[in-house]
Ligand binder design. Structure first.
Ligand code: HH2
Length: 264
């Protein structure tokens, strides 16, 4: 899954690709590079990011979804917590709603996800984006994330979302201490995969990579760690990795898979 942010303030690619032609050119590039899904986001979830109003988020996301759909049948995901944005994006051609709040942001989210008939990604987050990194706490991060995701999947199914449309995501970096929580979670992905849903992993260029690599590495200098995390995800059986660097990640996954196949 390749990330296409149409935001001025995302932690890595904010403002990098612009909105109109620039964002479309980036989407085209990710398709050529081997993405199977494009994840389009119009609001940053990084701690301290400015909230975006619904109309503005729709204006950022929908024209791009429509433009991609007009020229490609690639799977399109919309990264939003707002039901109105998800609805508009699905009407424009998206087939997946990626919600970092696991359909908890609005009371109508669960029912809408069932109505839209799209895939849904339910992600774990402790707290709210604005404050989630202040003081995250867990007794057993893997078990708590697994229990939360099982509970949200049950809520989605009770609301009418068929089991086969549900994906789960452990939410690396969302209300997790850089190393004390993110690393055990990445080491315990099999437990999340064992819940029986496809798992999406988003570790690309996140700050835990810098913490492991001596600190002070900006997002631009975290590609190697991002690929290491993607390979750890693949080894644990995740179904997709959400990444900024599609070409490099596809190459790493292909080589890793080829070596695994050669081992027999
Ligand atoms: N991470 C980000 C955003 N959306 N969605 C899922 N399902 N999983 C993730 O790990 C995830 C996500 C953060 O990355 P990015 O979109 O690059 O940054 P920002 O939120 O600043 O736009």
């Amino acid at each position: 899954m390749g990330v296409v942010n149409v935001t001025p303030d995302s932690f890595y690619d904010g403002g990098r690709h612009g909105r109109g032609e620039g964002a479309l050119a980036h989407a085209r590039r990710l398709i050529v590079d081997g993405a199977d899904i494009l994840d389009i986001g119009g609001e940053s979830t990084r701690p301290g990011a400015e909230p975006v109003d619904e109309a503005e988020e729709i204006a950022r996301v929908v024209p791009l979804v429509r433009a991609i759909r007009a020229e490609s049948d690639i799977a399109i995901s919309v990264d939003t917590m707002k039901p109105a944005v998800a609805r508009a994006a699905v009407e424009a051609g998206a087939g997946m709603w990626n919600d970092v709040t696991a359909l908890r942001h609005a009371p109508q989210s669960l029912a809408l996800a069932a109505d839209l008939g799209c895939q849904v990604v339910l992600m774990h987050m402790q707290g709210e984006p604005q404050t989630m990194q202040a003081e995250p706490r867990y007794d057993d991060v893997v078990e708590e994330v697994a229990a939360f995701l099982a509970d949200r999947a049950a809520a989605a199914m009770a609301a009418g979302v068929p089991r086969e449309r549900i994906w789960l995501d452990p939410g690396v970096g969302f209300g997790k201490h850089m190393t004390r929580h993110n690393l055990p979670l990445l080491g315990g992905l099999e437990r999340i995969v064992a819940l029986g849903f496809p798992v999406l992993l988003g570790a690309s260029r996140k700050s835990f990579i810098s913490a492991v690599d001596g600190g002070g590495r900006p997002a631009e200098a975290r590609l190697g760690g991002s690929i290491a995390a993607a390979l750890a995800g693949a080894a644990a059986g995740v179904a997709a990795v959400r990444v900024h660097d599609v070409r490099e990640t596809v190459q790493a996954l292909r080589v890793w898979a080829a070596i695994a196949a050669a081992r027999g």
